[in-house]
Structure formats: structure tokens, C-alpha cells
Ligand binder design. Structure first.
Ligand code: DGL
Length: 248
């Protein structure tokens, strides 16, 4: 299978990392819309327009599948992408909801959803979780984490102050949905803040689980072909990919 992975910028590399760890694909083509990131503060119509343009870009590659690593795009533009794409399009929101349901057998578990302003405003996670009878939900837009991670800050006083700011009214959850590409990079700090017993739902792991349910993977690919494209400064994105994915 040859797949495209789409994100608003570099954050979707956390999803690529999970895909690589599980060796599911022979070829991965990554596109980050670095010229127009962040999407998480933009409105629905703009996000949909950008997402359709990404589908047009992917049409150059005869893909078998497009994985939308960006939670904001998955929350707003999946249907529109599917209408325009010549292949299936799978998003991280649906995958994250299914992973939550698999990991949390009790429907009264308290689930904290973290994401960009757009993702939280869309209520995409909440709507889908409520359909599965999860009703005990908290949601918080925590967009500053995006900039903090992009500054390579994964712990320390800036993050501690941001936690205190965002989480002062949040009660301890049973599970946290890391509903943004960047948040897995601060998962250790979140785990330490909320406690080791809190279950963290990671989009990358969730999408792997979801893909394994949808498709019969018969082979493992330990050396897939990787190509990284960006709408601005692709060299910078390739540099981050090297570091985050520990590529040679
Ligand atoms: N990729 C976005 C997401 O997962 C975060 C960065 C942005 O705001 O574009 O929601």
C-alpha cells in the first residue's frame, strides 16, 4: 500500500512515527501545509478549502489511502476530502474515539479531550463519544501546547505554568484524548501532571489500531520509501522528520 499522510504542518510526523513503528506501508508520502499552519485557529470553510487542496496535491501520486493526521482537519473536512479523493480517506478523530471505547470499558469514565480551538469548538470528539454512550466528558482547547512543542519544549517551567493555566478547573480524568498532532510529544509531562493511572489516547496509535481493523495487512515493511513535501520550506520539515523519526 502506498499512502499519503496529511497534516497542517510538522505535527503529523507523530502519526508517521506510529505508522513506521508498525511497519504497515511500503511507501509513505507526507504533506504538511507549513505555509498556512496553524489550522487550529481558522474557521471551518478555510479548513475545508485547504483540505481539498491537499487532496488535489495527493492526486499526483496514485495513492491507495490518505491518512489525515491533523485532528483539526479530521474534525471539519473529512467528508469533503472523501468527496474529492480517488481513494479512501481515514481521519484521526474516528480512530481516537474507537481507541477510547476499546481502552475504557466503563461508559461513565471521565474523558478529557484536548485539542486546538477549532477541534474543541467542532465538538467532533464529543459528538462521536456520546453516540457510544460516553457522557462524562470534559473538553479544553489548549492551543499554546502547539507553539511550545514547536519550540522543542517538552517539560519544565513554561509547560508547568501552561498546565496550571489550562487545567485549573479540570477535574482529574480517567483518560485524556491527545486530540492534536503535537500533544504526544508532551505525553510524559501530562502523565506526570495527572498521574500514572490516567490513560492517554494517542492519535498515531489509534490510527494504527483502526487501520488494522479495516485492512488485512499481510506483510511488514521495515524499510519503507518516505517522501516529505511541504507548502513552505520543505527542508525544515525534512530536518524535523529526521530528528523526530530518527531517520538516517
Ligand atoms: N495539526 C493540528 C491538529 O492536530 C495542530 C496544528 C494546527 O493548529 O494546525 O489539530
Amino acid at each position: 500500500m502506498k499512502i499519503g499522510v496529511f497534516d497542517s504542518g510538522i505535527g503529523g510526523l507523530t502519526v508517521v512515527k506510529s505508522l513506521l513503528e508498525h511497519q504497515l506501508f511500503e511507501q509513505i508520502i507526507y504533506f504538511g501545509d507549513t505555509a498556512r499552519v496553524p489550522y487550529g485557529i481558522k474557521d471551518k470553510n478555510t479548513i475545508i478549502r485547504y483540505a481539498i487542496e491537499a487532496v488535489e496535491f495527493f492526486k499526483n501520486f496514485e495513492l491507495d489511502l490518505i491518512v489525515v493526521a491533523c485532528n483539526t482537519v479530521s474534525a471539519y473536512a473529512l467528508e469533503e476530502m472523501r468527496e474529492h479523493a480517488p481513494c479512501p480517506v481515514i481521519g484521526v478523530v474516528e480512530a481516537g474515539v474507537l481507541a477510547t471505547s476499546n481502552k475504557m470499558p466503563h461508559k461513565d469514565s471521565n474523558i478529557l479531550i484536548l485539542g486546538t480551538k477549532a477541534t474543541i469548538n467542532s465538538k467532533a470528539y464529543e459528538t462521536q463519544l456520546r453516540k457510544l454512550s460516553f457522557d462524562n466528558l470534559q473538553a479544553k482547547a489548549t492551543g499554546l501546547f502547539v507553539s511550545i512543542v514547536e519550540e522543542d519544549i517538552y517539560n519544565g517551567s513554561i509547560l508547568d505554568a501552561t498546565f496550571a493555566h489550562y487545567f485549573k478547573d479540570i477535574k482529574k480524568p480517567d483518560a485524556i484524548i491527545l486530540g492534536c498532532t503535537h500533544f504526544p510529544l508532551i505525553s510524559d509531562a501530562l502523565q506526570e501532571y495527572f498521574g500514572e493511572d490516567v490513560v492517554l489516547i494517542h492519535s498515531g496509535e489509534a490510527i494504527v489500531e483502526h487501520l488494522e481493523q479495516l485492512f488485512a495487512f499481510s506483510k511488514k515493511y521495515d524499510d519503507p520509501k518516505l517522501e516529505f513535501f511541504a507548502s513552505e520550506n520543505p527542508e525544515a520539515l525534512r530536518g524535523v522528520a529526521k530528528r523526530w523519526l530518527a531517520l538516517r
